[in-house]
Ligand binder design. Structure first.
Ligand code: GAL
Length: 462
């Protein structure tokens, strides 16, 4: 006998005065409506900027090469043998890749900090390796010396058609002022390197040097000078450098400004201040297409970022400032722009230890900014959770390849900061994702920002 299943749900239901409608009709109408909304949001989002919607895989073969997802399988060595007594006292936790990275005596040290033998650069690369980036390897300048430009940024000088890389020159001993203090190197100055191809770098010397004798000077070697960035001011014709200025305990929390008539300096140091009267630690400057420039800095104990326009001569901030990413505890900001949308990569706040990067996006540079998620693709899970064991510092647009950038990051070596490495990787806006995008009413909120891991890669020729 056929029994009626009392739990069976009806597959159709009554609506509007008893007319019947199948569930699938409702679902399909809903899908249609969502699709329409999706198209509408894409058209209005991109139509306003005259751009092209670009979600998904790129059809440009040059870019496709950069977007290839490359995996890293690193075997963690078995735990060291301990006496049975020690094992009883404190049972051993399984080590992770980040434990190995932070352990100076790890057997995997050569993976994160390969030695001089594998250094790359114009003086010791054969033709097969020339122009290839090897993230994490020692990178030599045209004289054969390791490049010293940490926490740096790039200026493209239109006049000389040359790239200039400015960064912390850290070629001195690493020490701790007291037990709990972060590892440091006394200020030596800002290093500058020039290049036509973004791979072969000529040392242009120290363009802003430490102050050796005057202890009250911001640049006295006992202080902190970090994350220098240079932008060109078309109105005054000057090159303006902004940097993080601090005391040894990071309590001063200010920015410093220096200026020069030439990209290769020397830069005259002008002053330091707390911008908008607020603490300022990790920072960067961003020059927009319309010539307006902005200072972005971590503030309020690094719990939020602040962004505000610079004056016309770029030598100061204006009174206008917005708080962004409030309560998100982000630092190491690196800003860039694509098709009218602003993007930013930031790190978490764990000192020299690496952590997870996040990508953010905004329609207007002053915000509101939205957090999209971790942009790192490939490697392995630990690589992605540690920004490939590095921390963001700058993003360079690649001319002729819209939507393609170089992500610049520092792989800090707190045991010997001068030996910190550079991790440069392709960053693509709108590239294929390895996990779902963030959705807003069922639609991707922003094109995805992806940083693709590569053991070895190079810029497309030409
Ligand atoms: C990091 C910061 C670096 C440096 C370091 C000192 O959080 O990004 O630029 O200040 O702390 O521990």
């Amino acid at each position: 006998m056929r029994m009626r299943n009392k739990y069976r749900k009806p597959t159709s239901f009554n609506y509007i005065a008893g007319s019947r409608c199948s569930l699938s009709t409702v679902v399909w109408s809903l899908v249609g409506f969502l699709l329409f909304l999706h198209l509408y949001s894409l058209v209005s989002h991109y139509g306003a900027k005259g751009g092209v919607a670009q979600f998904g895989t790129s059809h440009n073969p040059v870019i496709r090469e950069l977007e290839e997802v490359e995996h890293e399988n690193i075997q963690i060595p078995p735990p060291r043998k301990r006496s049975p007594r020690a094992a009883k006292r404190r049972p051993q936790k399984p080590t992770t890749l980040i434990d190995e990275f932070l352990d100076e005596s790890s057997q995997l040290r050569h993976i994160f900090f390969p030695g001089m033998k594998t250094a790359i650069g114009p003086t010791n690369s054969d033709s097969n390796d020339s122009s290839y980036y090897y993230p994490g390897r020692i990178w030599l300048d045209t004289d054969g010396n390791p490049i010293q430009a940490h926490g740096g940024g790039i200026l493209y000088d239109e006049k000389s058609r040359t790239y200039y890389w400015y960064g912390e020159y850290k070629d001195g001993p690493t020490f701790h002022v007291h037990k709990k203090a972060a590892a440091r190197v006394d200020i030596i100055g800002v290093g500058c390197y020039s290049s036509k191809d973004l791979w072969s770098w000529k040392n242009e010397g120290i363009v802003l040097a430490a102050e050796e004798t005057n202890e009250t000077h911001d640049l006295h070697k006992s202080n902190v000078l970090e994350r220098p960035k240079v932008i060109y001011n078309g109105y005054t014709g000057k090159y303006v450098m902004w940097m993080h200025i601090d005391d040894v305990n990071y309590t001063k929390a200010g920015v410093g400004v220096a200026v020069s008539d030439y990209p290769t300096g020397p830069f005259d140091y002008l002053y330091s201040k707390r911008p908008h009267g607020c603490e300022s630690r990790d920072m960067t400057v961003f020059k927009d297409d319309d010539g307006m420039a902005y200072l972005i800095y971590s503030s309020e104990d690094n719990s939020e970022l602040h962004i505000g326009p610079l004056t016309k001569d770029y030598l100061d901030v204006t009174h206008d400032v917005r708080k962004i990413l409030v309560g998100q505890h982000r630092e190491a900001p690196a800003l860039f722009k694509h098709e009218g949308t602003y993007y930013m990569i930031t790190s978490g706040c764990t000192g020299w230890a690496p952590n997870e990067a996040l990508a953010h996006a905004a329609e207007l540079v002053m915000g509101p900014w939205e957090t999209m998620g971790n942009p790192c693709v490939g490697g392995n899970k630990m690589f992605r959770l540690t920004t490939f064991f590095a921390q963001s510092t700058f993003v360079i647009p690649l001319p002729g390849l819209p939507g393609s950038f170089i992500f610049m990051a520092d792989r800090w070596n707190p045991a010997d900061l001068r030996d910190s490495r550079y991790v440069w990787l392709p960053l693509i806006v709108g590239g294929p994702a390895d996990r779902p995008l963030d959705y807003n009413f069922g639609f991707p909120a922003w094109p995805r920002v992806s940083i693709y891991w590569h053991k070895k890669w190079r810029l497309p020729s030409g």
